[in-house]
Ligand binder design. Sequence first.
Ligand SMILES: Cc1cc2nc3c(=O)[nH]c(=O)nc-3n(C[C@H](O)[C@H](O)[C@H](O)COP(=O)(O)OP(=O)(O)OC[C@H]3O[C@@H](n4cnc5c(N)ncnc54)[C@H](O)[C@@H]3O)c2cc1C
Length: 312
Amino acid sequence: MNTLRKIEEKFNTNIKILYDEPMSEHTTFKVGGKAEAFIKPESVEVLGQLVSFLQTEKQRFFILGGGSNLVVSDDGIDGAVICTRSMNKIELLQEVQGTLLLRCAAGALMDDVAAFCEANSISGLETFSGLPGTIGGAVYMNARCYECSISDVLQSVRFFNISTGKIETYSFNTSDWAYKKSPFQNGESIILEATLKCKKGSAAEIKAQNAHFVEDRKSKGHFKFPSAGSVFKNNHDFGSPSGKIIDQAGLRGFSIGGAQVAPWHGNFIINTGNATAKDIHDLVLYITEKVRQQTGFELEPEIIFTGRGFDS
Ligand SMILES: Cc1cc2nc3c(=O)[nH]c(=O)nc-3n(C[C@H](O)[C@H](O)[C@H](O)COP(=O)(O)OP(=O)(O)OC[C@H]3O[C@@H](n4cnc5c(N)ncnc54)[C@H](O)[C@@H]3O)c2cc1C
């Protein structure tokens, strides 16, 4: 029997597995072929046991949050996709010298974190309101919204160390972090929960700020079409944001198949309806090459390509 089929047997009723699950249904770009097995563990314990089992069986696995920074190959993804979305508890811890500590399980959606903050008068995370995806994904990516990075508000992270099979705690250290870089991008850890530094605020002000940032995203066309947000990282050395450089290269509105550089935003690629992962990949390569030829700048993608043919 295929190892992945054995998971159900081994974990009995503790775990629900979807076989040949289309990843287009789990990514904001709405592209991607099938995952051999798609699993949403309900608890840290089950996740740990599952990963240990997959390792023993030498099966590949990929950790998925909200799928909002991903392009999954049209040919699908080998092994198991483990989605954190069912591990989504948010709780307020103690106040330490005026700082409120908010503990969010990895699969909590940023929108739910924003709603929790609003309901409990917790301030400090307003700029992340409207950011698609989960807190685990935001920590992994060191997401940055309106000049504030997750690293600016991070206290600690509980994670599963894949090599040792143990749960460990990481305490924030500035030198481990940089623009869109986190110490968890080494493929060795699964983020289980993040504790964020916040403060007491006025419920009305938090609500107004949260709404302001969501509205700003809407007005910039973030949610008009399926996408994964900004495609390329910004780089201070270029002197302009990547979107502007792409505009100046005359690429706004340029398309390959169903993937198009958003007519209103040079750094967004949108799925106009029938894009494939290959269309998006080809467009990224085309933009990179054009910008290289015209400016000498080497754009670096922020979105992650994964699955058959994309993984090295
Ligand atoms: C409309 C739109 C606007 C956006 N705006 C912004 C923006 O303003 N700023 C910004 O920074 N990004 C932005 N993004 C990109 C995206 O929302 C962020 O990168 C987000 O933080 C990704 O979270 P996710 O849960 O969707 O991660 P996924 O896309 O599911 O995963 C991204 C990576 O993180 C890894 N990962 C996820 N969870 C875990 C975990 N628990 N443990 C270990 N690894 C994990 C995955 O394996 C993958 O490598 C935008 C995207 C969209 C669609």
